[in-house]
Design a protein around this ligand. Structure first.
Ligand SMILES: [Mn+2]
Length: 359
């Protein structure tokens, strides 16, 4: 992300600090640090005041931090990073500090010990809320992540066959995503064959895929830090008609959910649109309570597209739509695409066919 994007984000954070009458924010979560400074090291504490940005990190990352950030003063810590953060906070005249709700308890107590006289205020959902609406550059990064993911799965689908194991399929997919230029997978690839498909998040095993089985494949590439998240239920050979009927029902739920997406409706409204399809078919008992989640620098962000969610959708939000039906001990079906809320309604960022037959 360029300097203009970073500047816009900083301005929004500074306006928020001002409105809440707080002197500074302290960011240590990887995604928040990256979002507000561009720094991608695994260790760092970013202090942001109205005038200054200070990053406290260790010697492994000082050079990298200089290269990745703009307008950030970099301070190298040795053993006691908390004492150094306290020193910087004192130098900057900080009396109150917004801290992330994900801060580990151990760090919180260490900060409290060191930052005497500074009041720490819990940010709760502040940072996830700021990251919820994506700018054009972020949407572009997600589009690229989706394209890499789709191209990789299309190649794997063209070559895989019954007799492979779940793990064979996952390894092949991960390799191809990487070869296409992705920096990483968004999360550990899920491949769940036959009755294992009823486990919503089955990790790949050495179980062999048999002809006539459905195989749930859930994965995604990361591009410029941004995550894609796609699921296809691959149809190996002659899948029994009863199972194909369940597949079609999930497709109808997917279509109903996408049709419900537009600015002004809530996450809960979209979830209900898909649930209604399952209710009518008498299959609701086999569905989960959620339909999707925001994606961005993290694989699970806001908005949450879950039962009763009151978050109002706005243009620029990007989230998954992933209806599924899970029949314990028998089989499972899930289809997942990533969608963008637009001023007019919705754009599906994915174009890979949902129904993929493996000969
Ligand atoms: Mn997902």
């Amino acid at each position: 992300m360029g300097n203009v994007v970073m500047e816009t984000r900083l301005q929004a954070l500074r306006a928020l600090l001002k409105a809440r009458e707080l002197d500074a924010a302290l960011l240590s979560l990887y995604e928040n640090r990256r979002y507000f400074s561009g720094f991608t090291g695994s260790n760092g504490y970013l202090l942001i005041t109205q005038e200054a940005q200070v990053l406290v990190t260790d010697r492994r990352y000082t050079q990298q931090a200089r290269e990745q950030t703009y307008g950030v003063h970099i301070v190298e810590h040795a053993a006691d990073r908390f004492a150094l953060i306290a020193q910087e906070a004192a130098r900057l005249g900080i009396g109150s500090l917004l801290v992330e709700s994900q801060m580990p308890a151990g760090e919180y107590f260490a900060m409290q010990e060191n930052l005497r006289g500074i009041s720490m205020v819990l940010a709760e959902d502040v940072f996830v809320a700021m990251r919820m609406v994506k700018c054009d550059a972020e949407v572009q990064a997600i589009r690229t992540a989706v394209q890499l993911s789709q191209a990789a799965l299309a190649e794997v689908a063209a070559q895989c066959k019954a007799g492979m194991t779940e793990k064979d399929l996952a390894d092949e997919l991960n390799y191809r995503v990487s070869r296409k230029g992705a920096q990483a997978m968004s999360f550990g690839t899920i491949v769940a064959a036959g009755e294992r498909g009823a486990l919503a998040h089955g990790t790949p095993t050495t179980r062999v895929i048999a002809p006539g089985e459905m195989v749930v494949v859930d994965f995604g590439a990361q591009w410029d830090g941004y995550c894609a998240d796609l699921t296809r239920t691959l149809l190996f050979g002659d899948v029994p008609q009863e199972r194909l009927a369940v597949f079609d029902l999930v497709e109808r739920a997917f279509a109903a959910a996408v049709a419900a997406v537009k600015p002004g409706v809530t996450g809960g409204d979209v979830e209900q649109a898909h649930r209604a399809v399952f209710q009518t078919a008498g299959m609701e008992a086999y569905a989960l309570k959620g339909l999707g989640h925001g994606i961005g620098l993290e694989i699970h962000e806001h908005p949450r597209i879950v039962i009763g969610n009151q978050q109002v959708l706005q243009p620029g939000m990007v989230f998954t739509i992933e209806p599924g039906l899970y029949l314990p001990g028998r089989f499972g079906v899930r289809t997942e695409d990533d969608v963008l809320v637009t001023a007019q309604g919705v754009e599906n960022l994915c174009s890979l066919p949902h129904r993929i037959a493996i000969a």
